[in-house]
Design a protein. Sequence first.
Length: 82
Amino acid sequence: MEKEPCPKVVKCPLFNGVLLKRSTSEDVYKTLFCNAGKEKWLNCKRYQIAEKVGKCADWVMPNSSLTVDQIIVRMKEKGELT
């Protein structure tokens, strides 16, 4: 049975080769998060941030050790959120 992909893949720069330029790391993230079914992509920090504030900074990876709140604070500090 095929797993449901993340609904954000269409616009996600990580999924679409913009952030990691089609590297092995990108393939690993896609396997572990993007294409691994809902239970996995719900744990993706990029997904969580986008759901909460409408977008995600390019420096955030799916397995970031920062909390969602910490990421949002950093995005605000960097001027990525107003």
